[in-house]
Design a protein around this ligand. Structure first.
Ligand code: ADP
Length: 194
């Protein structure tokens, strides 16, 4: 199995690159943001609860997202690998993910982190907010809140994977294809070593 974490702040291009990567490497895409928005669209009790939190730029509780990921792993037992997008976002989630994967006799192979400067991120998110219908992308205040949550809660996840020698930063500005090529190079070199 090959399990990849695509890491980076809101607006860094994880969703765009994930689409291309899952196609090329035949991975199952697990985006907690998409899974939560799906719950909202279906107006499930979980979705109704999550919407309030997401609209304020905060994180949904760890137990909730870990439960969602666990369900998805169970549903995809035949997968040749997973691409985790927007997860793990806290140290607790990273530790829980490691545990779940160990139970399946596998683990995270590589963490690719898209790096983009903050002004460019705000520009991209406000632009996306015009068409995406995502309420968390329309207010600059909520966007800034998400960056704050990212540096407080999510940045420590980078250190966790650095210690394990799995973390590779990738410059996330330039054309979509240039960034995709840089990501593929890292994946190809990691799989060659397997
Ligand atoms: P972005 O990376 O642009 O913030 P996402 O779609 O990944 O977009 O996430 C949108 C929102 O969903 C987050 O601000 C958060 O409220 C919630 N969310 C997504 N993934 C997680 C997670 N792993 N843990 C907690 N909350 C999450």
């Amino acid at each position: 199995m090959f399990n990849l974490v695509l890491f980076g702040p809101p607006g860094s291009g994880k969703g765009t690159q994930a689409q291309k990567l899952i196609e090329k490497y035949k991975l199952v895409h697990l985006s907690t943001g998409d899974l939560l928005r799906n719950e909202i669209a279906n107006q499930t009790p979980l979705g109704l609860e999550a919407k309030k939190i997401m609209d304020s730029g905060q994180l949904v509780p760890d137990e909730v997202v870990i439960g969602i990921i666990n369900n998805c792993l169970e549903k995809n037992t035949g997968a040749t690998g997973f691409l985790f997008d927007g997860f793990p976002r806290t140290l607790k989630q990273a530790e829980a993910l490691d545990k779940l994967l160990v139970e399946k006799a596998t683990g995270i192979n590589l963490v690719l982190a898209l790096e983009v400067n903050e002004n460019e991120l705000v520009r991209r998110l406000l632009e996306r907010g015009k068409t995406s219908g995502r309420s968390d992308d329309t207010s600059e205040e909520v966007i800034r809140k998400r960056f704050q949550v990212y540096s407080n809660d999510t940045a420590p996840v980078a250190a966790y994977y650095k210690e394990q020698g799995k973390f590779k930063p990738i410059f996330g500005e330039g054309s979509i294809d240039e960034i995709f090529d840089a990501l593929c190079k890292e994946i190809d070199s990691a799989t060659a070593k397997q």
